[in-house]
Design a protein around this ligand. Structure first.
Ligand SMILES: NC(=O)c1ccc[n+]([C@@H]2O[C@H](COP(=O)([O-])OP(=O)(O)OC[C@H]3O[C@@H](n4cnc5c(N)ncnc54)[C@H](O)[C@@H]3O)[C@@H](O)[C@H]2O)c1
Length: 458
């Protein structure tokens, strides 16, 4: 047994203003957690000792005691690009989230009937519902498939509660039966929030079916719904246990939606990957035309679809994983998202999210040019690439007044600094706080004079 006397001794130090702080670490012996002083070790020959990463600091001041708890929270999720996700012989959708080989072995040999609760976007259900049902039937899974219209208009707490009611009626084993969401970003956001609320955190799986959700909405931890006319006002940072990506779903996505998703890919290209930018420049139209369906690759395009989604996801994961809860406000992935929220709300529903983001990125490209970070030809290459991807590069409602208003809002919500991501070359970027109004206005005038006629909105 551990020496109990030691357990309750602590490493004490004097704090400011007569307070005394004592730092403890936590150890578990025989299923009981207890505090021991920082840097102290305990020995127990008979029992395993588990040391937690959590810490408790106790402060005694003026006869009052307070405890400060620091506890790292471990999150782990998988993002898997696969093919034939709905092929009944492919077990990824059922077991691909299981990381422990022994647990996987047990699950694969489990003779008891599996159960799954699935939420599927209504349009996706119309297109793929038969295949989804056949998949679960063939795998002898007892399932409830809830088909819902999931759009920006229905993305609300009401729909979250409707889903939760059905989950409660169906009943799931929280540990073994993750909820499955199949649809675009709206569907995944709604179901993710529902799962994060059910029994405080129920594992869920994302199956994105649009390009935007494939490369963006599925890759991180965020979920959410709109509230009181504000976009994504209610939500949480709870990642799925796994995201399963199958490009086959993209073949039915309308061309404008593919273009919309390409805008998010271009964002990552401009911020951090020249190779991705080159891919989009050379193969963008092909990707649009083929909706990312070419696996083996046509002669001139190699596996452009595979390379593009892979780099987009990897670069996105690099930026998200170290900052999953967005504690650090300096985020390159905010590129294209400083002015676009204001513009999007102003012109709803005429612009899709990715289109508004692209108009923002086009303006920022001019700003970078005026700041001297991008040459004339680099600026031209970027705008040409956007146009080739069929993305708008200017909008009449994106006025100088709107830009100033959006950036004032940005300052309010980013702890007093602009934190403006800007390209500093093709595929390199940095974050800036010192952009003067005069520079912004010069960029706006140049942007309008050069891009106004490129746009259908001129
Ligand atoms: N959580 C995040 O990190 C994150 C990131 C980016 C965007 N989002 C959210 O994602 C949403 C936008 O996602 P979206 O662009 O995927 O749009 P969406 O989910 O609104 O879907 C757009 C339309 O496409 C249809 N659809 C979906 N898959 C289809 C398919 N395979 N074939 C044909 N039609 C299909 C849907 O029925 C819908 O009508 C927004 O609500 C946004 O806030 C979330």
């Amino acid at each position: 047994m551990p020496q109990s006397k030691e357990i309750f001794l602590a490493d004490s130090k004097s704090g400011t203003k007569g307070s005394k702080q004592t730092d403890f670490q936590l150890v578990r012996v025989k299923n009981t957690w207890c505090r021991i002083k920082k840097d102290e070790t305990i020995h127990d020959a008979e029992n395993e000792i588990v040391v937690s990463q959590a810490k408790i600091s106790e402060t005694v001041s003026d006869g009052e005691v307070s405890w400060t708890v620091e506890t790292p929270i471990y999150l782990c999720y998988k993002v898997v690009e696969t093919r034939g996700l709905l092929d009944p012989s492919n077990k990824t959708l059922l077991y691909g989230h299981i990381r422990d080989p022994k647990e996987l072995e047990r699950a694969l040999h489990n003779k008891e009937a599996q159960r799954r609760f699935i939420v599927i976007d209504k349009t996706v259900d119309d297109l793929y519902g038969t295949a989804v049902r056949e998949y679960f039937e063939a795998n002898l899974v007892q399932c409830k498939i809830l088909s819902l219209t999931t759009t920006e208009e229905t993305k609300s707490m009401d729909l979250v509660l409707d889903i939760l009611q059905e989950v409660q009626i169906f009943g799931i084993d929280r540990r073994a039966e993750p909820i499955i969401a199949i649809g675009g970003g709206a569907c995944l956001d709604i179901v993710g929030l529902a799962a994060s609320l059910y029994r405080r955190r129920t594992p869920y799986i994302r199956v994105p079916t649009t390009l935007l959700s494939y490369v963006d909405a599925s890759v991180g931890a965020k979920n959410g719904v709109n509230f009181l006319q504000c976009k994504n006002k209610l939500g949480s940072y709870v990642p799925p246990v796994a995201t399963f990506l199958d490009r086959a779903f993209l073949k039915t996505v309308p061309r404008q939606h593919i273009s919309n998703g390409l805008g998010e890919i271009l964002k990552m290209a401009l911020m951090k990957h020249k190779g991705l930018f080159d891919l989009l420049k050379s193969h963008g139209k092909f990707l649009l035309d083929t909706k990312f369906q070419s696996h083996s690759g046509l002669v001139d395009h190699g596996d452009a679809a595979l390379k593009t989604t892979r780099i987009a996801i990897e670069t996105m994961l690099e930026e998200l994983a170290p900052n999953l809860w967005e504690d650090d406000l300096n985020r390159l992935v905010d590129f294209g998202h400083l002015i676009s929220p204001e513009l999007e709300m102003r012109v709803l529903p005429t612009l899709m999210h990715g289109e508004a983001v692209n108009i923002d990125m086009a303006f920022m490209t001019y700003l970078s040019h005026v700041k001297g970070f991008l040459s004339d030809s680099e600026k031209a290459h970027i705008i040409q690439c956007m146009v080739a991807l069929e993305l708008p590069v200017w909008h009449k409602k994106c006025t100088w007044h709107l830009i100033k208003k959006a950036l004032t809002e940005r300052l309010k919500h980013s702890a007093g600094h602009m934190r403006m991501p800007l390209p500093t070359g093709l595929g390199t970027a940095d974050i800036f706080n010192d952009i003067s109004e005069e520079t912004l206005e010069r960029a706006y005038i140049l942007w309008t004079s050069e891009c106004k006629n490129t746009s259908a909105e001129a």
